[in-house]
Design a protein. Structure first.
Length: 130
């Protein structure tokens, strides 16, 4: 099973959402920034590393707000762990994504999110978790 961490980066009540490029798996889908936990790495450390690689920020990783296990139709299993990020150093820069936007939680369902994120997206849009 692939273990993945993602950050719910919050600013003024909005969340940072990121769009994959055409060349990534599941192209052009929207997601929360983050990535794979490396062997021997702790989840918070993995997220801190991923956010620095993808966005150039030094993030303060907050509470884990959701853990989801999802099986894709092709048989791929993923465990996603979502953490709140309310503080970071440095300006956010787009290093790998096709697009990035600040979205109101209620507007999240308008984005074509990865299938594994949909339960979380619905809960956030309903005003839960944040």
């Amino acid at each position: 099973m692939k273990r993945v961490v993602a950050g719910l980066i919050v600013k003024e009540g909005k969340l940072l959402v990121c769009q994959r490029t055409r060349h990534q798996t599941m192209p052009l889908k929207w997601e929360f920034p983050g990535g794979k936990i490396e062997e021997g790495e702790q989840p918070r450390d993995a997220l801190r590393r991923e956010l620095e690689e993808e966005l150039g920020i030094l993030a303060t990783i907050g509470d884990e707000v959701r853990r989801i296990q999802h099986e894709y139709p092709n048989g791929g299993m993923v465990e996603l762990r979502f953490f709140i990020v309310r503080e970071h150093q440095r300006e956010i820069e787009n290093r790998i994504f096709r697009d990035m936007q600040w979205a109101e939680p209620k507007d999240l369902p308008k984005y074509d999110f990865l299938e594994a994120d949909l339960t979380l997206v619905r809960d956030l849009a309903a005003g839960k978790l944040l």
